[in-house]
Write a protein that binds this ligand. Structure first.
Ligand SMILES: Nc1ncnc2c1ncn2[C@@H]1O[C@H](COP(=O)(O)OP(=O)(O)OP(=O)(O)O)[C@@H](O)[C@H]1O
Ligand SMILES: [Mg+2]
Length: 265
């Protein structure tokens, strides 16, 4: 059975000024268990909205999302989200942040400690266990956010531009780390990015969304063996093809592509 099914999903928001914004229109998508899927597309194209619907934070106006055959009607601990902003708890230490979800699940103290240590190590932050978020760099904060999401060992990891604020070197390291973790502890990953290169490095499947309203424009299978090299001619060819799709998707907006959308694509 297809693990995640988005069936004809539409979402219209009502703004504070009572205007309707069609964020997603008739988006359908199927994702297999343990598949690594990246979503790319122009800014404002409904990517975060789709992720929020799969997470259960937002309800579709029309259509539905099913996970493992069950309609999503709210958040669930088997699905964790890493947000565009790091969203750490500033009053908790690094250890406290990572332990948060485990404590909510009433996991015993010894297991909790072990689990936190394991994920601290996985993201290379053992030495900062007792630091507070305000004492960390952006890259370190994001690693805490990832460790926190992984620590509850979710079936599904939803990541909204998790590496967008990182420098190029840290970003590459984090991509390698995430792939390593995903290979060690298989889970379904839905990962939003503005970097087509990142999408081709990481994913089994790339979904190109077009705005506005957000629709699924194309679904592209990436059959390259891992680890992938961005100098591989097949990599370059696939990346070029997807970049062209994203450019076309950006141009599909009624008011033409925004500068930001063009730059970010
Ligand atoms: N809570 C909300 N209330 C009103 N409009 C919203 C809300 N959330 C999103 N929107 C609108 O829905 C559309 C899609 O937004 P969304 O955040 O899903 O885009 P995105 O593809 O994630 O963009 P970006 O790449 O910039 O993060 C946008 O026009 C946005 O203004
Ligand atoms: Mg977004």
């Amino acid at each position: 059975m297809t693990f995640i099914v988005a069936d004809n999903v539409s979402k219209t928001f009502l703004t504070k000024h009572r205007q309707k914004v069609r964020a997603i229109a008739n988006a359908s998508l199927g994702i297999e268990r343990n598949e690594f899927v990246c979503i790319v597309g122009p800014s404002g194209g409904g990517k975060s909205t789709l992720l929020n619907i799969v997470a259960g934070f937002e309800k579709p106006t029309q259509g539905e999302v099913l996970v493992d055959g069950t309609v999503v009607d709210g958040p669930h601990p088997s699905r964790t989200m890493v947000f565009q902003e790091f969203a750490l708890f500033p009053w908790l230490s690094v250890r406290g942040n990572i332990a948060f979800g485990l404590e909510m699940k009433n996991i015993d103290k010894a297991t909790c400690r072990q689990r936190v240590d394991r994920y601290l190590q996985l993201v290379g932050l053992e030495r900062f266990a007792d630091s507070f978020p305000s004492e960390l760099s952006g890259g370190m904060k994001q690693r805490v956010a990832i460790a926190r999401a992984l620590a509850v060992q979710p079936e599904m990891l939803l990541m909204d531009e998790p590496f967008g604020a990182l420098d190029a070197y840290t970003r590459e390291t984090m991509q390698e780390e995430l792939l390593r973790i995903w290979q060690q502890e298989p889970k379904t990953v839905l990962f939003v990015t503005h970097s087509v290169e990142e999408a081709v490095i990481l994913s089994d499947t790339v979904v190109v969304m077009a705005g506005r309203p957000g629709t699924v424009r194309d679904v592209i299978r990436i059959d390259l063996p891992r680890p992938r090299r961005n100098t591989d001619p097949r990599f370059v060819e696939i990346k070029g093809r997807i970049q062209a799709e994203v450019r076309a998707a950006s141009g599909a907006t009624p008011n033409g592509p925004s500068t930001v959308a063009r730059l970010r694509a």
